[in-house]
Design a protein around this ligand. Structure first.
Ligand code: KG4
Ligand code: ZN
Length: 340
């Protein structure tokens, strides 16, 4: 019988300090997330220096908790996987340093993992039958990518945002209608009370690549609409703005994604990243994929936003591919997917 592979995974690229133990890539034995959101809410967004300091304060505690929850010790761990980019450099460095220190002290192999590869791999946790190849839409606070997952650890980016990421647009529009940070979940909730067809916001097309996205025009259209209302003394229905904005984002994400799945001839499609936890987005993809005969996969919301279990899933497949990192592993804030 093959021996179990237990990955201790660490994630600290933004404002979540997280650690997890994952068995054989798909079974989450523990998933500890210390969220700093409440702290950053005070400033209306993530303050990098505060994030780094909080990571330092919490990292050891979170790792110990992840081992305890999984009922294992470091002696049981096969490899340590850690996010080394992309993300905030000071934040990334905390996780990378902790992982290197444990690896150095124990001799457990170290594996640097790409944050986006982690988001994509979150789909493996609850969808045991899902295997590459498939198309994945990654929509988070920092990224909006359409990715062809050719095989485990092999990716081709076919579309990306030209300006704002989808999550960034959610956060900016939320701020404009005084919902606070982080905007995604708040718009998601408020939109349920609004009419998605109340205001006609633009659906941007990017001329030279049909799979690319652009959300800054939409954000400006929302700001212009709000300014116009203010100037004319018309009261703003915030729920209608939230619902109409959200619909505009979802329409574009769905159209481009389904077009890519069909054009590349795949029968499987997955979503990932914080925005993938949006309830209307999930509903829209569910419906459209059913109509098109495409199998649709998505992680539970807790595995959509930043967590370490997804890094453990990705780390497992990198481990099987023979990937090992040295003690010179460094944080790479703008790391490209597929690069090492
Ligand atoms: O993946 P994530 O946790 O961090 C990054 O890697 O960026 O994504 C965070 C982003 C934020 O912009 C947040 O507003 C957005 O995901 N988000 C949502 C929802 N939950 C989180 N956007 C729309 N609807 C949601 N329910
Ligand atoms: Zn993320």
């Amino acid at each position: 019988m093959k021996e179990d592979v237990l990955i201790l995974a660490i994630e600290s690229s933004c404002d979540e300090t997280a650690a997890s133990v994952v068995k054989n890539g798909r079974e989450v034995l523990s998933n500890v997330i210390y969220s700093q959101i409440a702290l950053h809410t005070l400033y209306g967004g993530v303050v990098p220096e505060i994030a780094s300091r909080k990571h330092i304060e919490k990292i050891n505690q979170v790792i110990e908790q992840a081992l305890a929850d999984a009922n294992v010790t470091l002696k049981d761990i096969t490899a340590i996987a850690v996010t080394y980019g992309p993300g905030l450099v000071g934040a990334l460095l905390v996780g990378v340093s902790a992982a290197k220190a444990i690896s150095f002290a124990t001799g457990i192999p170290l594996i640097g993992v790409h944050h986006i590869e982690g988001h994509i791999s979150a789909n493996y946790i609850e969808n045991k039958e899902l295997e590459p190849p498939f198309v994945c839409l990654v929509a988070s606070g920092g990224h909006s990518h359409l990715v062809v997952v050719k095989d485990y650890g092999e990716y081709g980016i076919i579309g990306r945002t030209r300006d704002d990421a989808a999550g960034e647009a959610f956060d900016k529009v939320a701020r404009a209608i005084d919902l606070g940070y982080p905007g995604g979940p708040k718009i998601d909730k408020l939109a349920k009370e609004g009419n998605p067809n109340a205001i006609e916001f633009p659906r941007a097309k990017v001329g030279d690549n049909e799979y690319d996205f652009s959300f800054s025009g939409l954000k400006s259209a929302v700001l212009n609409y709000l300014n116009g209302c203010q100037m004319k003394g018309i009261p703003v229905n915030r729920a209608d703005v939230a619902a109409s904005f959200q619909k505009a984002v979802i329409d574009v994400l769905v159209e481009h994604s389904i077009h890519a799945v069909k054009a590349y001839g795949f029968k499987q499609f997955a979503i990932a990243g914080g925005v993938a936890s949006n309830s209307s987005l999930r509903g829209a993809f569910e419906e459209r994929c059913k109509k098109e005969g495409i199998a649709f996969y998505h992680p539970s919301p807790i595995f959509c936003t930043d967590n370490a279990a997804m890094i453990g899933a990705a780390g497992y497949y990198e481990y099987l591919r023979g990937v090992r990192s040295g003690y010179d592993l460094n944080a790479v804030p703008n790391l490209k997917l597929g690069e090492r």
